[in-house]
Design a protein around this ligand. Structure first.
Ligand code: GLU
Length: 282
């Protein structure tokens, strides 16, 4: 059974770019006689708002996109994501990172081999870590690429791959070798949220039986990390389909700043769902 999802973060009103993404996923699900799920990715307590979640549901209904099953709200399942972080931690694959964003950026400036090295800051020396812990300083958990590689074994590491049926930003398509090293030692539990996007998204794709991830090409690079997490957790890797990003009249991709492109504004201006679907090519 073909299962796909639309997984917005409720940090603002949906705009035309979201509509394009949701229409792409919904159309694929309906064409395949499959399921279209709605997942609210609201693990970031500082940026997500319940009123935007309600607006997402309303906007999708206006667009005529019916969904299958209940809406999954990630903030209701934080303990599930904490369990994943814990499982990886007990296998020795994570390390504490007390560094601030500024520390990391400063290190990138100083690093002899450039950003890739600084994105892998490595564990703190034991004494330093003990002192920072004793001071009660907040820390994130990072995934150690070195330990992940050791845990998987070189052969499995070299076989990490995914199938791309759309296109990445450089036209990447077909069977793609995953390169998690490009992203460095990613944060799997943020200082403030106890989890992080890569954990919640891979956990839910696996739990919900998502067979096809359909989303914008801005998330293509994230796939490389997500394939590694799937391998470490023994989860299947879905088929991926990244789509182009819509751009506004100024040639820039739609973002929160483009208030005139929100579905709410379009609706208020008298645009019909049929007209918008047509404009977006559906
Ligand atoms: N929640 C993510 C976003 O709004 C999308 C996650 C995904 O499709 O994998 O950017």
């Amino acid at each position: 059974m073909f299962v796909t999802r639309f997984a917005p973060s409720p940090t603002g009103r949906l705009h035309k770019g979201h509509a394009f993404s949701a229409l792409t996923a919904w159309t694929a699900a309906r064409a395949a006689g499959g399921r279209f799920l709605l997942r609210i990715e609201d693990i970031d307590p500082t940026r997500c708002r319940p009123e935007f979640e309600a607006a997402i549901v309303e906007d999708l209904a206006w667009l005529g996109l019916d969904r299958d099953g209940p809406v999954r709200r990630q903030s209701d399942h934080l303990s599930d994501y904490a369990a994943v972080v814990h499982a990886l931690g007990t296998r020795g694959l994570l390390y504490r990172c007390f560094r601030t964003r500024k520390d990391i950026l400063d290190a990138i400036g100083d690093a002899p081999h450039g950003p890739a090295e600084a994105a892998r800051p490595g564990p703190h020396p034991a004494a330093e870590e003990a002192a920072l812990l004793a001071e009660g300083r907040p820390f994130a958990w990072r995934l150690s690429l070195d330990r992940a590689r050791e845990a998987l074994g070189g052969e499995a590491w070299d076989a990490l791959a995914f199938v791309e049926t759309g296109r990445g930003p450089q036209g990447e398509t077909g069977r793609i070798r995953a390169r998690p090293e490009t992203a460095g030692d990613v944060v799997l539990a943020r200082k403030d949220a106890g989890t992080a996007y890569h954990v919640a998204v891979t956990h839910d794709d696996a739990l919900q039986g998502v067979t096809h991830v359909i989303r914008g090409e801005d998330l293509f690079e994230a796939t490389h990390v997500q394939v590694l997490i799937q391998a470490l957790m023994g989860w299947p890797t879905p088929v991926y389909r990244h789509h182009r990003l819509l751009v506004g009249e100024d040639g820039r991709r739609y973002a929160k700043r483009d208030r005139s492109a929100t579905l709410a504004e379009l609706r208020a201006a008298g645009v019909t769902p049929e007209a918008l679907r047509k404009e977006l090519g559906f």
